[in-house]
Design a protein around this ligand. Structure first.
Ligand code: FES
Ligand code: FES
Length: 186
C-alpha cells in the first residue's frame, strides 16, 4: 500500500431502504453503519430528533418505530427498511400542536427543551397504549428519558393533562393559546 492509498476516501457499500416517515414514503441509499438518528436529522432534515448521549441513555433521540418508542441513536437506518417512523415533526396538524405538545406547553414541562421531543414521543407511545395512566405508569413509561432541567413534576403533570385532553376527544387546536400554534422548534 502506498502512502497515497492510506488517504484515499473509503467507499462503503450502501443499501436501499424504503420506509414511511411521518406519513410520507421515502426511499434512500444508506450505509449500513448509518444511524437512524443521523439519517433522520441529516438526510431528512428532521432536527426535532435530538442527539444527546448517543449511548442509548438520555432518550433525546426517541422516535416511534411501528408505534414503539426506540432510541434512534441505537438503531441503524438499514434496520428500518419497510417500517413506519414517526418523529415529533409528524405530530402537529397543519401548524396546530398535538394535544401532547399543547399539554407540555400549558404545564411548562420544559426549560431548555433539548429533551422535549424525546419525552413527547415517549408520551405518545405511553398514551397510545394506556390512555389513563397513573403516576407509576407515567414514571415507568418515561423511565428511558432523562431531563436535566425540569425536575420531572411538570412533565408528569403534562402527561396527565394530555391524557385528559385526549380522553375528552381533543384534537390539535392551538387557538386557545396564542403563539403556540407554530411548529415546536425546541
Ligand atoms: S442520544 Fe440516543 S439515547 Fe441519548
Ligand atoms: S428541559 Fe432541559 S433537558 Fe429537559
Amino acid at each position: 500500500m502506498s502512502a497515497d492509498d492510506t488517504h484515499a476516501p473509503v467507499e462503503y457499500p450502501t443499501e436501499e431502504i424504503s420506509l414511511t416517515i411521518n406519513g410520507e414514503s421515502v426511499a434512500a441509499e444508506v450505509e449500513p453503519r448509518h444511524k437512524l438518528s443521523d439519517f433522520l436529522r441529516d438526510r431528512q432534515g428532521l432536527r426535532g430528533v435530538r442527539v444527546g448521549c448517543e449511548h442509548g441513555v438520555c432518550g433525546a433521540c426517541t422516535v416511534l418505530l411501528d408505534g414503539r418508542a426506540v432510541k434512534s441513536c441505537l438503531t441503524y437506518a438499514v434496520q428500518v427498511d419497510g417500517a413506519e417512523i414517526e418523529t415529533v415533526e409528524g405530530l402537529a396538524d397543519d401548524g396546530a400542536l398535538h394535544p401532547i405538545q399543547e399539554s407540555f406547553h400549558e404545564e411548562h414541562a420544559l426549560q431548555c427543551g433539548f429533551c422535549t421531543s424525546g419525552f413527547v414521543m415517549a408520551t405518545k407511545e405511553l398514551l397510545d397504549d394506556n390512555p389513563d395512566p397513573d403516576r407509576d405508569d407515567i414514571e415507568a413509561g418515561l423511565a428511558d428519558n432523562v431531563c436535566r432541567c425540569t425536575g420531572y413534576q411538570n412533565i408528569y403533570d403534562a402527561v396527565n393533562r394530555a391524557a385528559d385532553r385526549l380522553e375528552d376527544g381533543a384534537t390539535t387546536d392551538a387557538s386557545d393559546h396564542p403563539g403556540s400554534g407554530e411548529a415546536d422548534d425546541e
